[in-house]
Design a binder for this molecule. Structure first.
Ligand code: F6R
Length: 240
């Protein structure tokens, strides 16, 4: 595990965007694993700038980590909508190569199985970006999720629903369930970059890096991954 501590959020985003840019320049036909949330927004903005300067996304396939159950892709709080606004609508990625779990699927369990199949058929993820929850979750794999889970339906914890309520009119509107790529699916990515910014992530980062490897802190599993970088700002790295 390599840990890169940056001065602030902007520098974290720059370092991360440069990793993605270099990867895409070297391997234009690639499979990216993407995250939503506040953390990767700065990186996506910089990638959009790189695209305007010529960075090509036409051969990229992407898989997102998760989606709320019950929200269709045109709901402003859905992760599909977020991705369209932050990245997909602003670069030349082929819409046919964009994969996000369908939160409106009639049978979410079948959707999980299909998603995992699509992931396998694409050859797995070359480069995955992750954020981290204040409780150490990755994707929506909440504390207690076994390490051998593939894409699955999750019940969101109260703390995650509260943390994400800012994207909804009220906490009652935050879905109670989501579809998430599992920890096993994430760990198969050939390279992983985890981003974290801000004081409120410091405890989770310290546990993920130095704590015991335990499902109680899902991100701690990354200690077992052969090619992972944590790019965190000073505030998130305060307890290291
Ligand atoms: C989002 C995701 C989550 C977030 C995490 C941090 O696709 O998988 O694990 O990365 O909840 O969210 P932010 O970045 O909003 O602090």
């Amino acid at each position: 595990m390599e840990i890169i501590v940056t001065k602030n959020y902007d520098e974290m985003s720059q370092v991360a965007a440069d990793i993605f840019r270099k990867h895409l320049e070297k391997q234009p036909k690639t499979v990216l694993g993407l995250a939503t949330g506040s953390t990767p927004i700065g990186m996506y903005q910089k990638l959009v700038e790189y695209h305007k300067a010529g960075l090509d996304f036409s051969q990229v396939t992407s898989f997102n980590l998760d989606e709320y159950i019950g929200l269709a892709g045109d709901h402003p709080a859905s992760y599909r909508y977020f991705m369209e606004e932050q990245l997909f609508g602003l670069v030349n990625i082929n819409p046919e190569n964009i994969f996000i779990p369908n939160g409106a699927a009639e049978d979410p369990e079948a959707e999980c199985r299909d998603y995992e199949k699509r992931l396998r058929a694409a050859g797995g993820i070359d480069l995955q970006v992750l954020g981290i929850g204040t409780n150490g979750h990755i994707g929506f794999n909440e504390p207690g999720t076994p390490f051998d889970t593939t894409t699955h339906v999750v019940e969101l914890t109260a703390s995650t629903r509260e943390a994400n309520a800012r994207f909804f009119d009220s906490i009652d509107e935050v879905p109670t369930h989501a579809i998430s790529m599992g920890i096993k699916s994430i760990m198969k990515a050939r390279r992983i970059v985890l981003l974290a910014s801000g004081e409120n992530k410091a405890e989770a980062i310290a546990q993920a890096v130095k704590g015991p490897i335990t499902p109680g802190l899902p991100a701690s599993v990354l200690q077992l991954h052969p090619n992972v970088q944590f790019i965190i700002d000073e505030a998130a790295g305060r307890l290291l």
